[in-house]
Design a protein around this ligand. Structure first.
Ligand SMILES: [Zn+2]
Ligand SMILES: [Zn+2]
Length: 554
């Protein structure tokens, strides 16, 4: 009889030390299940990159052991990498109805039709390999979110997913406190918990409080109202629609992703809209401005979004007229602040009244604040704790919270992507590291843009490029014409003739030197030109443009 392993491994492939691309591997002996498979939007210095997904080399190396991928909810940072992952690893995917509905849209866009999707309900308990997996309802900024419990022969793991404790959720479906408490009673070996708001004291407000503030905004608005929020926040959209009904306004949904999500949510029964409320954006002119609400995306100032286009007077169907009220029902995700404030400025310039302040109560977070995190710890009372889903400082802060609650420091693991954490019933440690990191997606290319390409893009973006063209006689190795210099993004040539002339002089000297020293290899001549010119330009301008010597041989 095979020996039963007395250890489980937990390996985060993404989501630690970053907000995005969440993915966690759970391994027991020769069986693996994966929780979530998300993407991340690129950072500023990743020029031209569309999105970032986790490196799944570990899963591909162990592909025969992977029993399935379990999803907590339908946000991009949890499902967005699946179209890429499934192309390499077609395993069953388990998720709630709305999560799978949103995923299906993504898969269709990527022409994936053979995915094995298994729909589960909150409260379900199913066997996947040797794991008994439970789905526990939680509140979050998207409907149908769950936490995950995984019973293994070594002990139980609880993964909270993204959560907050909302006592008055919009759909009335409260977090399953009882289940968490029950698991805690039975004993939990390891807790993995959302750390996004670990820096925020107190409690996160209920989603319902936004509805109250919508009401106030509607009461004072005289003309048209435009509400921008996240397309995935169905409860927020529901509250906007409910408020519109109360004020006898029609609702037009604007923007491709918003329309998609609203259609999916309507189909699956996650949105309730009374007959006759929704109108097409083209029908707007049939109603007075005071009878209209537009619900749209662009709350992050995304350049291609409907709201940004409207703000820039670049939208085909909607333009701002003085008297419009724009409600930005979101707070900027760190990194988007500039884009958001630019959009707000433009909206004001067009004469709109913009309501956007953080304390206007028109947005609440979907993540637990400190007191809620403590409540989760007190319900679960785990033996070991691994903070997940957060920048490094959030993980550290969450670890401190666990210790304040009495957990010994040695039982708390602030880990990094790729760390292999191993737990037995009484001991936990980080025993190694596997390959984990970023795979960059640029258009249709997945992973073909590496560090060297990025370095080039950064250099081009920072200091531009100079192309040096020299025509040489192949036989005799002497210069027939040139050097000519073509510059893009470095200096405006017409205003820098002196600099360019001197640069040409320097190149000529370098070429002469090559000739006297009988350097005839094209590569050697090129690197001589590059070095000489690079040094000269840096002396004169303190810039380091990319230099591309081209030798034409005759
Ligand atoms: Zn989320
Ligand atoms: Zn998330």
């Amino acid at each position: 009889m095979a020996k039963i392993p007395q250890k489980i491994q937990i390996i985060p492939l993404g989501g630690l030390g970053e907000i995005g691309k969440n993915m966690t591997v759970i391994r027991y002996g020769n069986d693996i299940i994966v929780i979530d498979s998300g993407l991340m939007f690129p950072e500023d210095e990743m020029l031209g990159i569309d999105l970032v997904i986790p490196d799944i080399s570990y899963l591909l190396e162990n592909r025969d052991l992977v029993r399935g991928i379990v999803l907590t909810h339908g946000h991009e940072d949890h499902i967005g990498a699946l179209p890429y992952v499934l192309k390499q690893l077609n395993v069953p995917i388990y998720g709630t109805k709305l999560t799978l509905g949103l995923l299906q849209g993504r898969l269709k866009e990527n022409n994936i039709s053979n995915a094995n999707l298994v729909s589960v309900k909150p409260g379900d308990q199913i066997g996947i390999g040797p794991f008994e997996v439970g789905f526990i309802r939680v509140s979050h900024s998207i409907a149908d979110s769950v936490g995950i419990s995984i019973k293994t022969p070594v002990g139980t793991i609880v993964h909270t997913g993204d959560f907050k404790f909302d006592q008055t959720p919009v759909d009335g479906k409260v977090t399953d406190f009882h289940k968490f408490a029950e698991l805690g009673d039975q004993g939990v070996l390891v807790l993995l918990s959302d750390s996004t708001n670990a820096e925020r004291p107190g409690y996160t407000m209920s989603e319902k409080s936004v509805g109250v503030n919508f009401d106030e905004a509607f009461r004072s608005a005289k003309e048209r109202i435009i509400i921008a929020t996240f397309s995935s926040n169905i409860h927020r959209i529901q509250q906007a629609i409910d408020t519109a009904c109360n004020y006898n306004r029609k609702v037009a949904i604007l923007g491709r992703s918003m329309t998609n999500v609203v259609n999916i949510a309507l189909d699956l029964g996650y949105l309730t809209i009374p007959e006759g409320i929704l109108i097409d954006i083209d029908e707007m002119n049939n109603y007075p401005a005071s009878g209209i609400v537009i619900v749209t995306t662009g709350s992050q100032g995304e350049p291609m979004s409907a709201l940004t286009r409207i703000a820039m007077s670049d939208h085909r169907k909607v333009e701002i007229v003085p008297g419009d009220t724009v409600v930005i029902s979101a707070s900027p995700i760190p990194g988007n602040e500039k884009l958001v404030s630019r959009t707000i400025d433009y909206l004001f310039r067009q004469g709109a009244d913009v309501i956007y302040e953080r304390d206007s109560g028109l947005h609440v977070s979907g993540h637990a604040s400190q007191e809620e995190l403590k409540l989760m710890h007190n319900l679960i009372r785990p033996k070991f704790f691994v903070p997940i889903h957060g920048e490094y400082r959030h993980l550290v802060k969450h670890a401190q919270i666990a210790q304040e609650l009495g957990m010994p420091k040695t039982n708390v693991f602030v880990a990094e992507n790729g760390n292999v954490l191993e737990f037995s019933s009484d001991k936990g440690s980080i025993i190694g590291k596997i390959t984990a990191g970023n795979v960059l997606v640029d258009g249709l290319g997945v992973g073909d843009v590496g560090n060297i390409v990025l370095r080039d893009r950064r250099q081009l973006a920072k200091d531009g490029i100079l192309i040096v063209v020299i025509t040489m006689d192949k036989q005799r190795g002497c210069v027939l014409a040139g050097p000519d210099i073509v510059s893009r993004g470095f200096v405006y040539v017409r205003e820098s003739e002196q600099l360019m002339d001197n640069a040409k002089g320097k190149i000529k000297q370098a070429l002469d030197r090559c000739e006297t020293e009988s350097i005839i290899e094209w590569a050697a001549i090129k690197s001589n030109v590059r070095d000489t010119l690079g040094k000269y330009l840096y002396e004169k301008t303190r810039r380091r443009p990319m230099i591309l010597p081209i030798i034409m041989e005759v």
